[in-house]
Design a protein. Structure first.
Length: 343
């Protein structure tokens, strides 16, 4: 391997540490143990790593801005708009502007010259733009973990998505459901992956089959209506439908109404007749709150989540937090009429 081809990521892999630790060790910054610093420098020397002095000057020069990368489908989802507003508000408190990046991403070098750090929200393992963002040469904080093969971020803010779906499944079961179903999101984000895995694990641990149907990550109400109609037609015993995508719950309600399935009750009598069904959502928002009946949902507090992501990035940039910091974000279960009263 020649010096022209050796990168920070090469050194990180050989030394068994993160890319941000390599950067701090070689620049003499950050909170890196002396033994680790010495090992990283020795590995870099062995590999023939030579820093790009121009890139280092760019990284050290403050631009007064940070970048925000959202999923390609984010522009029409209320959740991501609220998250973005929260992130912008928090960045401004540290005197930083927020630059919204194109969904397709951009070359890491160009990004590094324009921003001091990056927020990458719900990174998909299959998103070709994400590896370049993670290797852009500036601190990167992800909203949820990145499950892809590229180097990890400088920090992350995560929700316990397994716990939130478990709470929903427990809730509909307590309200009388015996045959729950999940309209699960497609894709390879940590959120989508956790929901699909949790539905399977919960079903096995409770001895209950959770019927799983996959819908687009940002499914529209029309798409969830079609999926729900097909689901209930194929399996009339389903007495609770939990929909994952933001804003899609009204489609489930429309399907239930079209099939004369009363919403808000479940239990043995209803299971025999196939009349009633409980409805819940993995993401709260105006669509769930304003539906008729209002839909029980997990409030992920997106504006606060955006603030938390921006705060961690600001803290890393200001050396108030160590690289590789992971912070957790709280959610709450909002119980409404769509899951009725206890059977």
């Amino acid at each position: 391997m020649t010096s022209r081809t050796v990168t920070l990521l090469d050194v990180a892999r050989a030394a068994g540490v993160s890319k941000s630790t390599v950067s701090d060790a070689l620049q003499g910054s950050g909170r890196v143990a002396e033994a680790t610093r010495d090992r990283v420098r020795a590995v870099a020397d062995d590999l023939g790593y030579r820093p790009n002095s121009a890139a280092r000057r760019l990284r050290r020069a403050s631009t007064g801005a940070v970048g925000l990368h959202l999923p390609a489908t984010a522009t029409r989802l209320d959740y991501y708009m609220n998250l973005a507003f929260g992130a912008v508000e928090r960045a401004q408190e540290d005197g930083l502007d927020m630059v919204l990046l194109a969904p397709s991403g951009a070359a890491g070098g160009r990004i590094a010259s324009r921003v001091d750090g990056l927020l990458v929200i719900d990174p998909e393992a299959g998103d070709s733009a994400v590896p370049g963002l993670l290797d852009a040469g500036v601190p990167v904080v992800t909203g949820e973990r990145y499950l892809g093969p590229a180097a990890g971020p400088s920090g992350a803010v995560v929700c316990d998505n397994a716990a939130s779906l478990t709470a929903l499944l427990d809730h509909v079961t307590e309200r009388g459901s015996r045959r729950p179903a999940l309209l699960a999101p497609s894709g390879s984000s940590a959120w989508a992956t956790a929901l699909r895995a949790t539905a399977d694990a919960w079903g096995r641990s409770h001895g209950v089959e959770v019927t799983l149907r996959t819908v687009p990550f940002a499914a529209t109400p029309a798409e969830t209506e079609a999926a729900t109609r097909a689901l209930l037609a194929a399996d009339p015993a389903v007495d609770a439908v939990i929909c994952a995508p933001d804003g899609s719950a009204p489609g489930v309600l429309r399907a239930a109404a079209a099939l004369s399935r009363e919403v808000g009750r479940a239990g043995e009598a209803d299971l025999r007749t196939g009349v009633a069904v409980l409805v819940a959502s993995c993401v709260d928002g105006p669509a769930a709150r304003g539906a008729e009946p209002p839909v029980t949902a997990v409030d992920l507090r997106p504006a606060a989540y955006g603030r938390a992501c921006a705060e961690l990035l600001c803290d890393i940039l200001a050396d108030r937090a160590a690289p590789d910091t992971v912070r957790r974000h709280a959610w709450s279960l909002e119980v409404r009429a769509s899951t009725g009263s206890r059977a």
